[in-house]
Design a protein around this ligand. Structure first.
Ligand code: FAD
Length: 303
């Protein structure tokens, strides 16, 4: 119930306006968001690199409603790729296609995506594509296929919760896709997605083995200890060394696990969100874990 309310809240513009203006909410957001400026995200990436952990820079913002907003995101990503290269950081950039105008003007979105891919490729920075809600899945898969044909190191997030995912991956198999496997952060109808924890875990495990067999350089985006352990064991079964796959985690979540994995020789990358548009991201993180809501309410009460 709380979860559904928070997922609803993540899409409410009115609530967003009220919450983001609140000083304390901004302070709480800092637990999960590097800051509002690129410079702050770069500093977090440098700090993680110093601890043997890579970064994934994510400019917050999704579902832009005009092409000016999309053009702005492209400029920001080009700047981020350049800055990563200039500072010689171990970091990728992760984009949302709806941030590039996917639902406003698809042709413009393709041009925007290509600009980012070209620029990132020129400075040797890798690009990852986030997966958004299920209304965008088919188109995102098509755009990824085009992107990965030109730039094979592009990575796509794939959601284990979606019922369609095993078939989607089979269709991508000829590409030997680079995938970030995640559970899925969006509230979807039961016809579209598994809802039960054990069903989602079971599909995640099946897809983990699939990726070791048919994918390239798989990444697992999860804080779920059982699934991290499963990926480690699946790697052994597939004859892969700890540096032949990646565990990805979110900034501010399970820092103990991040460091423990890196210390044990695993390749770890942390997703670093930054920018002004942090509200939907923050509410999705709360929906995942009610304890975060308590943390948030305590901060609001000044405790
Ligand atoms: P859970 O069962 O939710 O969590 C396992 C444990 O991790 C919890 O018991 C708790 O200890 C800890 N934990 C998890 N979440 C939190 C939290 N918010 N606060 C504090 N502790 C927490 N989803 C998409 O739909 N599209 C994407 O492109 C996408 N990209 C992602 C990239 C990365 C690097 C990661 C890590 C996740 C991404 N996600 C994405 C989100 C993902 O789909 C899940 O919603 C999220 O990771 C929570 O699921 P979990 O696997 O960590 O398992």
């Amino acid at each position: 119930m709380v979860n559904r309310l928070l997922v609803w809240a993540s899409g409410s513009p009115r609530l967003q306006q009220q919450v983001t203006q609140h000083k304390l909410t901004r302070r709480v957001a800092h637990r999960f968001v590097a800051g509002e400026r690129l410079e702050e995200a770069l500093a977090v990436a440098a700090e993680l690199n110093a601890h043997g952990i890579g970064g994934i820079l994510d400019l917050l913002g999704e579902g832009v409603t005009d092409l000016a907003g999309a053009a702005h995101a492209v400029d920001e990503y080009e700047e981020a790729a350049g800055a990563i290269a200039d500072r010689n950081l171990d970091a990728t950039i992760s984009i949302k296609l709806s941030q590039l105008g996917q639902t406003v003007d698809r042709a413009a979105c393709v041009r925007n995506l290509n600009r980012i891919l070209d620029r990132a490729h020129a400075v040797n920075v890798r690009v990852e594509i986030d997966m958004e809600d299920s209304s965008l899945t088919s188109d995102t898969l098509r755009l990824f296929q085009e992107a990965a044909t030109g730039y094979p190191k592009t990575r796509l997030a794939i959601q284990a919760a979606l019922r369609r995912t095993p078939l989607d991956l089979e269709a991508l198999a000829p590409l030997k896709p680079r995938v970030r496997l995640v559970k899925g952060a969006y509230s979807e109808p039961v016809e579209v997605a598994h809802r039960g924890r054990s069903e989602i875990r079971a599909q995640f495990k099946y897809l983990t083995d699939w990726l070791f067999q048919y994918g390239a350089d798989p990444a697992f985006g999860t804080h779920d200890g059982e699934l991290v352990d499963y990926a480690r064991a699946a790697a052994v079964r597939a004859g892969k060394a700890p540096n032949e796959f990646e565990i990805q985690l979110l900034y501010g979540i399970r820092r103990d696990l991040q460091q423990e994995l890196a210390n044990s020789g695993y390749r770890v990358r942390v997703y670093i969100p930054y920018g002004m548009a942090w509200y939907p991201y923050l509410t999705r993180r709360m929906a995942e874990r009610p304890a975060n809501l308590l943390f948030f309410l305590r901060a609001l009460a000044g405790k």
